[in-house]
Design a protein around this ligand. Structure first.
Ligand code: DCP
Ligand code: MG
Length: 406
């Protein structure tokens, strides 16, 4: 029994919101492989509408990320939370053989590949993808040939498929941030804009860019989004970003029937805009190219003419190369009274958020949403004006955004 106890090398708490998970985890060599493996199995479960299994794999992957050093043998994993039999089998295979047969089979399965391709289209969820697969649609080409009716979001998603599946860089996120700031400030001076999601956690790339907008005076933020959208849509100059697609949903918090004891778990009711931005490329990498081009003599320019197109007499791009790229951008508007909850709820990671809500419910008899925190024992809402206060209400040590990368 003493040996058993000694075998527990790592001691980490069971909820991801009790742990610090940096982007750059200490456990890169071996667990990096198994982590990808577990994340892939999680993704496969989520794509198969098996959310329970998905979460189990996500939790297991997050435990590996939080370990202070690389795993070298299975005995080190004894006593760790969230590692079920299935996850342990996968890790064991990788430690012993360098790969997991199950993961390799999943990766290669036609169904998984088709689900990934089809749900990779903005506006297409698992249900739609499954329906298409039942109709023998496995690829974008087959989808186009099938004559399926696509909604506006899916049409935009298909049209900009390559751009939207290419990770957004930090530089691009910053450039989008400048455009959003200008738009918001033009229509509501004094508003505050905060980057949320993965970029707030310090990620260097993301699948989209997320922003939270508020105003220090409660109520001034009402109806902001349509004005921001109009401003963005009215900017058609080559140097300004504008919207390729947008869908705005208004704030429905007050009229919702969620009730304090059951706030909608991860659905929130803020005014929100799902959009696809048209980001001019010179916003992020133009300076360098312009410098090179201006150094060119007219003869150089002419000799390049076969491969380069002169546009408007000043812009030069490879022939057929567009001067912009499509980027997914999410805008959320929160009243200042709910700002701390919105900020915490929208910074992620998704698993960290899920674990915060599970901790609140199971360990503290509280209900946490992106709008509020309700104490079921005291039957009252707990106010907070900062994320630190919310962690304190929940009896958790404060974890900064950069360490919420569970
Ligand atoms: N979120 C939420 N409710 C939603 C959508 C998102 O609470 N309906 C939260 C959880 C996410 C964060 O907002 O962590 C941002 O969502 P993203 O899907 O953009 O996730 P990330 O920004 O973390 O990752 P990525 O880099 O892929 O964009
Ligand atoms: Mg994001």
């Amino acid at each position: 029994q003493v040996n058993e106890a000694e075998a527990v090398v790592f001691n980490i708490p069971s909820y991801a919101c009790q742990r610090r998970t940096a982007l750059d985890n200490h456990n890169t060599v071996l667990t990096f492989v198994s982590q990808d493996a577990l994340s892939l199995l999680a993704e496969n479960a989520e794509l198969s509408d098996e959310d329970g299994r998905g979460v189990a794999f996500r939790r297991a992957a997050a435990v590996l990320k939080a370990l202070p050093e690389p795993v070298t043998g299975m005995t080190q994993l004894r006593g760790l939370p969230c590692l079920g039999g299935h996850s342990l089998r996968v890790i064991k295979d990788i430690l012993e053989d360098g790969a997991s047969g199950e993961v390799e089979l999943t990766k290669e399965s036609e169904r998984f590949k088709a689900l990934k391709v089809l749900t990779g289209i903005f506006g297409v969820g698992v249900k739609t993808a499954e329906r298409w697969i039942r109709e023998q649609i496995h690829s974008l080409q087959q989808l186009q040939d099938s004559g399926q009716t696509l909604n506006r979001a899916q049409q935009a998603g298909l049209e900009h498929y390559d751009d939207l599946n290419q990770p957004v860089t930090k530089a691009e996120a910053d450039a989008i941030g400048e455009i959003v700031r200008e738009a918001v400030m033009s229509v509501l001076p004094g508003a505050q804009i905060t980057v949320i999601g993965g970029f707030r956690r310090g990620k260097l790339t993301g699948h989209d860019v997320d922003f939270l907008v508020t105003h220090p005076e409660e109520g001034r933020e009402v109806g902001l989004m349509p004005k921001v959208v109009s401003w963005l849509e009215s900017q058609f100059s080559a140097l300004q970003g504008f919207l390729l697609y947008q869908k705005t949903t208004r704030n429905s918090y007050l009229e919702s029937k969620d009730g304090p004891a059951r706030p909608a778990s991860n659905m929130d009711r803020f005014e929100r805009c799902f959009s696809i931005f048209k980001l001019p490329e010179e916003e992020t990498r133009g300076t360098k190219q312009t410098e090179t081009l201006t150094e060119n003599t007219p003869e150089d320019t002419c000799s390049l003419a076969a491969n380069w197109q002169v546009k408007g007499g000043e812009q030069m791009k490879p022939a057929g190369h567009k001067a912009w790229r499509a980027v997914r951008v999410d805008l959320v508007v929160s009243p200042i009274s709910q700002f701390a909850f919105a900020l915490l709820g929208w910074t992620g990671s998704k698993l960290f958020e899920r674990e915060l809500r599970r901790w609140a419910g199971h360990e503290k008899a509280m209900s946490l949403s992106s709008h509020a925190l309700y104490d079921n024992k005291q039957s009252r809402y707990l106010r907070a004006t900062s994320e630190e206060e919310i962690f304190a209400h929940l009896g958790l040590d404060y974890i900064p955004p950069s360490e919420r990368n569970a």
